[in-house]
Design a protein around this ligand. Structure first.
Ligand code: NAP
Length: 453
């Protein structure tokens, strides 16, 4: 019964991933995921001889999960994901420690009572990956929550810690000695912290998906220790999809993964730029001016960013788009792969407001259209439109592809102040001759434009 439930559950997870890969099938993907996890819990339940423990675990874990997700807003999702990854790392660490201290219970000892060498390798790797995921995810959580900014750490220092971890891993698998076991845990915990602390703001999305991948491999490792096929399969699915997502995100930011992991100069340049507030002049407009420009345009491209999420302007935005369409204006939405605070953030919000999928375009699809469009409507987006990514080699986001909104005839920028975005950089776009700043909350400004229209 357990094997059958696990098999169906694994198939559900594969369908879940397939469904989640596109916006119009995401809902069914989610349902497959829910069915898969329920079956997995039932499988764990039927495989246990003492039914009380899994029941307590399922009820307790499920209630905590529901309690946390009910309180979390959309904009806090990335930090919640990072927090949950840390728990996967911690469980890998604890389960592998249990296997080391009570190997007989896991059936991993030979006739002399020694742990098999293959099991020692699994335990060692599980502990190293689990510990790095655990502390790395906690640091990522603190950085995404904004309570910790990070600091520079010398590359030589990190390489040194990495080398010590490898040495402990090798000596532990050869000797199974408790000294090396503790050494491996301590230095892997340290490595998790020192790896993530220096990574700069604009690279955090890649870090989150990288930790996602690590947590998958950690879960897969637990599967080997517990001889649980479902955990091996699920962990591998998460590990591989997280790695692919990291690769796709790096590609869309024009960076290599190695670059992201070892970009130690980034924090310094971010901080330097935060203080670089300028006194340049800019053009300020009113919602009525914007309404006039929009109504008289023949094509409008809307560029949403993190500010649209915080002001929850997606419904008003859709309403405005519909009014313009009725007036015969062509309206498209341009999505940058790292807009917002999590992969697909903007897609989710626009889908929630029932914006048709056909109107939503990826960066590559739409970037050439800005040159021929009348109005670019930049709503709460900043870094993803910053020309410094193309023009300023000293900028921390240099090399990241941007939505080239500056090429439009007129650029309307909705934000509350002239302040910086996530990467802490000033944005030349705001001072351009064809840019009009509409300062205020994005939702309120859009509503005022709708009224005018
Ligand atoms: P951004 O650069 O963070 O800029 C968002 C802008 O929204 C801010 O400049 C802010 O300006 C404005 N804003 C905030 N609340 C607002 C409100 N209520 N009404 C109007 N405007 C508001 O955002 P982005 O252009 O979307 O770029 C995303 C950034 O986040 C990138 O640097 C990316 O690397 C990073 N990141 C992405 C992810 C991901 O997975 N997508 C994860 C982590 C980090 P004011 O304060 O002046 O209003």
């Amino acid at each position: 019964m357990t094997d059958i439930l696990y098999l169906i559950s694994a198939i559900c997870f594969i369908f879940a991933l397939k469904g989640l890969s596109s916006a119009d099938t995401a809902k069914s993907g989610n349902i497959y995921g829910i069915v898969g996890i329920v079956l997995a819990c039932l499988g764990a339940y039927t495989s246990s001889c003492n039914l009380l423990y899994p029941l307590i675990a399922i009820l307790l874990g499920g209630s905590i999960g529901i309690f946390i997700s009910k309180r979390i807003s959309m904009t806090q999702l990335p930090e919640m994901v990072a927090g949950f990854h840390s728990l996967v790392g911690l469980s890998a660490l604890l389960i592998d420690s249990a296997a080391y201290f009570s190997p007989e219970l896991f059936g991993i000892v030979n006739n002399n009572g020694d742990i098999y060498i293959s099991s020692l390798i699994e335990i060692g790797l599980g502990i190293a990956i689990g510990a790095v995921t655990f502390t790395g995810s906690i640091i990522a959580f603190l950085k995404l929550k904004g309570v910790y900014k990070g600091q520079t750490i010398n590359l030589v220092f990190n390489s040194f810690i990495g080398l010590i971890v490898i040495l402990f891993l090798i000596t532990f698998t050869i000797t199974a000695d408790i000294k090396y076991f503790y050494g491996l845990i301590i230095f892997s915990l340290l490595l998790g912290m020192t790896l993530i602390i220096p990574i700069g703001g604009a690279d955090m999305p890649v870090v989150v998906s990288m930790l996602n991948s690590y947590s998958g491999w950690a879960a897969s490792g637990i599967g080997f220790t517990l001889q649980n096929d479902l955990l091996i399969i699920t962990g591998a699915l998460v590990g591989a999809s997280g790695a692919i997502l990291s690769y796709i995100m790096c590609k869309s930011m024009n960076r290599s993964l190695i670059d992201v992991i070892f970009s130690y100069s980034q924090i310094v340049s971010d901080n330097k730029n935060i203080q670089n507030k300028s006194n340049k002049s800019y053009k300020k407009g009113a919602p009525e001016d914007a309404a006039f420009l929009l109504k008289n345009a023949s094509s409008v491209i809307i560029v949403p960013g993190y500010g649209m999420a915080t002001s929850q302007a997606q419904h008003s935005l859709k309403e405005m788009g519909d009014i313009l369409k009725k007036e015969g204006v062509s309206v498209k939405y341009a999505i940058h792969p790292v807009a917002g605070r999590m992969p697909g953030h903007m897609n989710v919000l626009l889908a929630e407001a029932n914006v048709p999928y056909d109107d939503v375009c990826e960066l590559d699809e739409i970037n050439n259209s800005f040159a021929t469009c009348d109005v670019a409507y930049v709503i709460g987006a900043n870094d993803v439109t910053n020309p410094a990514a193309k023009n300023d080699p000293t900028s921390s986001i240099y090399g990241m592809p941007i939505l080239e909104v500056g090429k439009a005839k007129t650029v309307l920028v909705l934000k509350r102040s002239m302040g910086v975005g996530y990467a802490g950089l000033d944005n030349e776009l705001f001072y351009a001759h064809n840019t009009m700043m509409l300062l205020g909350d994005a939702k309120k400004t859009t509503e005022a434009i709708i009224k005018s229209l």
